[in-house]
Ligand binder design. Sequence first.
Ligand SMILES: Nc1ncnc2c1ncn2[C@@H]1O[C@H](COP(=O)(O)OP(=O)(O)O)[C@@H](O)[C@H]1O
Ligand SMILES: [Mg+2]
Length: 363
Amino acid sequence: MTAAPVIRTEGLSHFFGDAASRAQVLFDLDVEIDPGSLVILTGPSGSGKTTLLTLMGAMRSVQQGRISILGKSLTGLQGAALTQMRRDIGFIFQMHNLFDSLTALQNLTMATHMADTPPDLARRNCLALLERLGLGHRVHHKPGQLSGGQRQRVAVARALVNSPRLILADEPTAALDKDSGLEVVTMLREFAAQDGRAVVMVTHDNRIIGLADRIMNMVDGRIVSDVRVSEAVNLSMALREVDLFARLSTAELTQVAEKMTTRRFADGEVFVRHGEEGDMFYLLQEGQAQVMVGENGQQRVAVTLEAGQYFGERALITGETRNATVIGRGAGRVAMLSKEEFQQALRLAPALPEQLKRIYFGR
Ligand SMILES: Nc1ncnc2c1ncn2[C@@H]1O[C@H](COP(=O)(O)OP(=O)(O)O)[C@@H](O)[C@H]1O
Ligand SMILES: [Mg+2]
């Protein structure tokens, strides 16, 4: 699928100051943000994250290069067209910028006046959203009567209330405790997954990085790394349940996950064949697999494996040939790890190889 990116920047550079004090803060950035993604932008203070975010949100004019949002170029966009564009974007700033004289609910309903929602419906949506963010008992409080975390959640609700196609968030969890931080990001995660939307979020919060589809790291105005993580994260969570790797740390599991490749399989596909040399370890992600034992013509199903279970490890550990045939049942998906990487992973858990040899060689 090649859906148009929600955001595309081409050759984007930015400068602050003039004449002698002119300093370049963004350097020739080419970035595409896919629909459905939650992208995390990290990097040291002063690296240009906020500048990039405000450019993407049409909050500041493009000086050099191009940006298009939802297929529309920001170049030369003014007046009503610019306002219309901003309606499709929800912002959550580091400094929540709520109106101090309005209640939480009023801050939200005020934002809906920009859109063309009937007032009654708008009010109900706003209440539901505040409820969902754990602010049901605070809807008539003004920002000054709320804690930092509560104010931040009002700001999040306000960004979501018009269901924009794009959300740009600058450290949205900075003022939140662990639980409400996770709650907010989980909402943003769900939001991103709907109808080809996207979220770009600046954060330093390691606890929520696991929810991202992609992590971009920025240093001195350049993107120095850009990793699509969801696959690796999903895999490392599955690997965590594999007894062979039980002693590995989260970082080590992630390393192993990054070495794995995944593919879909069809019903009846043979993964390993009795008597062949072993070259691969398999982790079943979806569907089932049957382990067949016995000689030709006399084969029987020894066990049916389900998602989360693995096979193919024995030959890699003992060096013997495959002692069973394994066949895919139903359409599914497997993740595979080469023999070398598998053995390397086992070495990360020092006591394990010896233990395994005892198990597999019958002590
Ligand atoms: N309005 C401004 N005027 C002049 N320099 C600015 C302005 N905003 C940011 N900068 C400078 O641009 C660089 C990038 O800032 P910023 O985008 O805020 O970084 P980050 O969000 O990663 O901390 C920094 O060196 C900062 O001092
Ligand atoms: Mg910043």
